[in-house]
Write a protein that binds this ligand. Structure first.
Ligand SMILES: CC(C)(COP(=O)(O)OP(=O)(O)OC[C@H]1O[C@@H](n2cnc3c(N)ncnc32)[C@H](O)[C@@H]1OP(=O)(O)O)[C@@H](O)C(=O)NCCC(=O)NCCS
Length: 183
C-alpha cells in the first residue's frame, strides 16, 4: 500500500531480519527514549532473524498482524504492529509503531496507522484497537488523535520503557466509527 513520499506499507516477510537490524541500528538513538531497553544482541542480524520468525509465528496463529514501511530502495524505515489480538467478547488488539528519524513529521505514520486500522476492522474483524503513549510523546499522541483514537485516561507505571516503569496515556479507537481520515 502506497503511503506517499515513495514509502509503502507491506506485511513483514521472512527475509526481513537483515534490513530490520540495519533499521534498528540507524534509529538506535531516535527510538531509545520510547522503547524497552535493548541488548547489544538486539541489533544483530541473527537476533532480528529470530525475532522475525517469532513475529511470523504469531501472525500465523492469529495473535498479531505485522507490517513494515519500506522505501524505494527496499530499506525498512518503520513498523506498525497489532499485537495481543483477543477475540471472544473483546475483539481488540494493541497497536505499536515507529518511523525512521529521517522520515518523521511528513504524515506518513498517520496514513500507516489509518491503513492498519482499516485492515484490523475489515480483514481481522476487530472492534477496537488500543495504544499507549508516554505522557511526553506528543508526536505519537498527535498521530492517534488524527486517526480517530480517543483518550481513555492515564495508566500509572504501565510499561517498562528505557528501563523504567513509566506512566502512560491510554487511547482507543472503536473501529466501527469512521475516522477523520475516512477509512
Ligand atoms: C511517533 C512517530 C511514529 C510519529 O511518526 P510521524 O510519521 O512523524 O507522524 P506524522 O507525521 O503522521 O504526525 C506527527 C505529528 O506530531 C507532530 N510532532 C512531531 N514531532 C513532535 C514533537 N517533538 N512534539 C510535538 N509534536 C510533534 C507533527 O507536527 C505531526 O503533527 P500534525 O499531524 O498535527 O502536523 C515518530 O515520531 C516515531 O517513530 N517516534 C519514535 C517511536 C515512537 O514514539 N513510537 C510510538 C510509541 S507510542
Amino acid at each position: 500500500m502506497d503511503l506517499g513520499d515513495g514509502i509503502r506499507l507491506r506485511p513483514l516477510l521472512a527475509g526481513d531480519g537483515e534490513e530490520l537490524a540495519a533499521a534498528y541500528s540507524r534509529n538506535r538513538a531516535h527510538l531509545e527514549p520510547w522503547e524497552p531497553l535493548r541488548s547489544e544482541e538486539f541489533f544483530t542480524v541473527a537476533r532480528q532473524r529470530q525475532l522475525v520468525a517469532e513475529a511470523l509465528r504469531a501472525v500465523e496463529d492469529g495473535r498479531s498482524a505485522a507490517y513494515v514501511l519500506e522505501d524505494g530502495e527496499h530499506r525498512i524505515v518503520g513498523r506498525v504492529n497489532l499485537s495481543d489480538i483477543v477475540r471472544g467478547a473483546f475483539w481488540s488488539a494493541h497497536l505499536g509503531y515507529w518511523i525512521d528519524h529521517g522520515l518523521a513529521g511528513r504524515g506518513l505514520m498517520r496514513r500507516a496507522v489509518d491503513t492498519v486500522c482499516a485492515i484490523a476492522r475489515d480483514d481481522v474483524g476487530l472492534h477496537r484497537v488500543q495504544a499507549a503513549t508516554l505522557l511526553r510523546n506528543e508526536a505519537s499522541q498527535r498521530v492517534l488523535r488524527a486517526t480517530g483514537f480517543t483518550e481513555i485516561g492515564p495508566a500509572p507505571r504501565y510499561l517498562r520503557i528505557a528501563g523504567e516503569w513509566q506512566d502512560h496515556v491510554l487511547f482507543q479507537r472503536i473501529l466501527e466509527d469512521a475516522a477523520e481520515g475516512g477509512s
